[in-house]
Design a protein around this ligand. Structure first.
Ligand code: KG4
Ligand code: ZN
Length: 335
């Protein structure tokens, strides 16, 4: 089955063609980072307008890269939520229009389920069930995943998401946007023990990252001046380690509790080099199998949406033209 995936939940306009939920024929991601970086964060109204400009070219490019005509597409998978509603509606309306014009089915996909489905595009894939950590700019959640339609929430953030913690720190340090990748790069040359940052909610599978950002702010205020160029890598490395520590520890604990040996880590923050390294080390040490998509499939893309959507289309699901987009949409639950 040839499926066109469309993703526009945040600041990437993405389209992809995936065959049989397994073979990535194309994966086009058009980023709005340059537009939003001058504001230090995403401006929803601007994001919607940019999606409108970019969506048709992205779909055309995805078809061209895949070497298929629109007439060969058998179904469309589109992100329905969670995300910015104005942005989601651009992708959803595009999917509806193409599906209506071509007389093919379309399905709404949960963005978080899409992140998990990305792992199925890799050569080495996990068998179900597994424990999954979805760690992105908007979410930090641990699930027991029975299959692509059945997610049981085991733990989640009570305040900021891990990606948000990276982005907010980068803003405080004035080192660029989005912060995750900047901190990842800086931290490579840094001393992880240079500053002591808190590890919150030790006894729970829930997370809290807002104290971490406050701790950095207090540190900065106490100093009364910005960190020097020489100090920044140490600050980045210490801060990153505090995030990585809790993500690894809680995910392994959740997997151990539920007796599952397979762990999937996905979402934008799963592109972080230190997080990938630590998960591999700890899983090796504790006897878990670890599966992390390549970095380009961790950050937002439409191929992952096509994979999750193929599962729904193959079950015979088909969305109606009345379908709406949702800013909040729990994984594993129909809208
Ligand atoms: O999944 P994603 O692309 O979009 C959402 O669904 O939110 O995740 C974006 C988040 C941002 O907070 C970004 O800073 C973070 O992922 N991120 C990273 C890295 N690359 C992206 N965080 C840490 N290290 C990275 N290398
Ligand atoms: Zn995402």
């Amino acid at each position: 089955m040839l499926v066109l995936g469309i993703e526009s939940s945040c600041d990437e306009t993405a389209a992809a063609v995936v065959q049989d939920g397994r073979i990535m024929r194309s994966n086009v991601v058009s980023s709005q980072i340059d537009v939003h970086s001058r504001y230090g964060g995403i401006v929803p109204e601007i994001a919607s307008r940019k999606h409108i400009e970019a969506i048709a070219p992205a779909v055309c490019q995805a078809l061209e890269d895949a070497g298929v005509a629109l007439g060969a597409i058998e179904g469309i998978a589109v992100t329905q939520g969670p995300g910015l509603v104005g942005s989601l509606l651009v992708g959803l309306s595009t999917a509806k229009a193409i599906a209506f014009a071509r007389g093919i089915p379309f399905v709404g996909v949960n963005h978080l389920e899409g992140h998990v489905a990305a792992v199925l595009l890799e050569d080495r894939t996990p068998e179900f069930p597994f424990t999954a950590l979805v760690v992105s700019g908007g979410h930090t959640s641990i699930y027991r995943v029975r299959d692509l339609g059945h997610f049981e929430l085991l733990g989640q953030t009570r305040d900021d998401a891990a990606g948000e913690a990276f982005d907010k720190a980068a803003k405080l340090l004035d080192i660029g946007y989005p912060g995750g990748i900047v901190i990842d790069r800086l931290a490579r040359a840094g001393n992880r023990d240079w500053l002591a940052f808190p590890r919150a909610m030790k006894d729970s599978l829930d997370f809290s990252f807002s104290g971490l950002k406050t701790s950095l702010l207090i540190n900065l205020k106490k100093r009364g001046c910005p960190y020097s160029e020489g100090e920044l890598p140490h600050v980045a490395a210490s801060y990153q380690e505090a995030i990585v520590d809790v993500l690894v520890e809680k995910t392994l604990r959740a997997a151990g509790n539920s007796g599952l040996s397979r762990i999937v880590v996905c979402g934008g923050v799963a592109a972080n080099s230190r997080l990938r390294e630590r998960f591999r080390e700890e899983c090796d040490r504790c006897g878990f199998e670890i599966y992390i998509p390549r970095p380009a499939l961790c950050t937002d893309n439409a191929a992952m949406i096509a994979v999750a959507g193929t599962y729904l289309l193959e079950r015979g699901e088909s969305g109606s033209l009345e379908m709406n987009a949702y800013s909040r949409l729990p994984a594993g639950m129909p809208a």
